[in-house]
Design a protein. Sequence first.
Length: 259
Amino acid sequence: MSDTALRLALREMHGILRRPVVWQVMAVVAAVLALSGPFGTLASLGLGARLAYWSVVVGVTATSGWLVSLWIDGALRRRGLSPLGRWAVASLPVAAVVLIEVAALNALAFGISPFAAEELASLALSTVPVAVLVTAALTFIPRAPPTPAAADPLPRAPRLLSRLPLDKRGALISLSVQDHYVEVVTSRGRALLLLRLSDAIAEAEGCPGLQVHRSHWVARDQVSAARREGGRAVLTLADGREIPVSRTYLRAVKEAGLL
């Protein structure tokens, strides 16, 4: 079976198990089986032990049976096989998985050898019909498509842009000190703001960038080239301007992968 079909089955199974009603139904089924005590469990186990036994049996066989059925059904569906054909092919593996699991659980709970022919025949008579019916339900009953993953929210624009005139609000390129002002350069122009560089950098949050000089900050995605000049470096920005990198910030620029 393809890895894609398995991934889709796991995703759909995850969606199934996230529904509270699924766990509620399994809890009710386990409680009914514990109270009724079929297959000799009424005489061999107390109520608490029966509840634990049937809870494990229902939980393990239901989840594994669902997963195997969804996996096989998804793989065969991609090959264009009819629902009847998918059911016929999937029923046997699902029944085999459930049979093996119940035999193993009985060996742990009662010490019954899982290799005894009489025990296997008895288990097959009780588990195979249930597996076939469950597989039929998953094959023929239309299922809701998997809930698509929520789209990532649109990134919020840096607060700094709200200070700019509307016609200057573009992608941030750089921030530079100009006397008592900060020159904000965007893809749509430039503007001077009366504030400290540190405050401008704080308001640029949301745009990945770094300070490269005591007077300059640059947006990472706007750096088109870099070169060394002795003990310092120079960054070339997307708009063609060159910004110096001081020794103080040289290490940070290297760690950012810009140099």
